[in-house]
Write a protein that binds this ligand. Structure first.
Ligand SMILES: [Zn+2]
Length: 211
């Protein structure tokens, strides 16, 4: 569902551009709003969320999907944890659909999906591993990296129940905005994938804005 934001950029507290292939780990306090902007269009932002006070509680695709009765994420979606609690709520969305079924890219999946010689290519899982290694005090470990959200990524479910990675439906300047229902850590990998059309074969920067 397309819903424009009421937030004013002039009132934002901070804004960070994340280049393609880079990551951002950010604490978002309860009541704060965060926006992810697809600056050049057709980019995927592979994202994990954790309860900042207990990182064993983290984003759960299955709890989110089951409770809302829909496989796509958009305005109105409550992003739920593995304990069933709302972590954040999508309050605005000008793209209209975000994936949480396709999973993040990894060197292993690149090898299985595309070719053995893709193993050395940079993948989102590498960026997350680097993030948790560089921020040990946050308390997220390898086993906490599980299912994720692919903001702006188009993974439609076919009438037969199939899952396909399709060309993006996002465009330059489209954004998704969320309000935090508890203190959370947001870990975004700006996807470096070059083998499927999720980034239009040309990974580009995103911007993270906080109010
Ligand atoms: Zn990726």
């Amino acid at each position: 569902m397309i819903r424009e934001s009421d937030m004013l950029l002039s009132e934002a507290q901070e804004s960070t551009v994340v280049p393609a292939g880079d990551y951002l780990l950010k604490k978002i306090k309860r009541g704060q709003t965060v926006r992810i902007t697809d600056l050049e269009g057709n980019q995927a932002a592979d994202t994990l969320f954790y309860n900042a006070n207990n990182t064993a509680e983290r984003y759960s695709a299955m709890d989110t999907i089951r409770e809302q009765g829909n496989v796509y994420l958009s305005a109105g979606t409550l992003l739920r944890s593995n304990f069933g609690n709302p972590l954040l709520e999508i309050t605005a969305d000008t793209c209209g659909r975000h994936d949480t079924l396709g999973g993040a890219c990894a060197t292993e999946s690149n090898t299985v999906r595309y070719d053995l010689n893709k193993r050395c290519m940079h993948a989102c899982r590498d960026s997350w591993m680097l993030a948790i290694g560089e921020h040990e005090s946050v308390g997220i470990s390898k086993r906490d990296i599980t299912h994720n959200i692919n903001f702006f990524m188009n993974v439609p479910v076919t009438a037969e129940g199939g899952l396909t990675f399709e060309d993006g439906i996002s465009a330059p300047g489209k954004y998704v905005e969320m309000v935090a229902h508890m203190d959370v850590y947001m870990l975004v990998s700006n996807c470096p994938q070059l083998n499927n059309p999720c980034n239009g074969y040309n990974p580009t920067p995103i911007e993270i804005t906080l109010w």
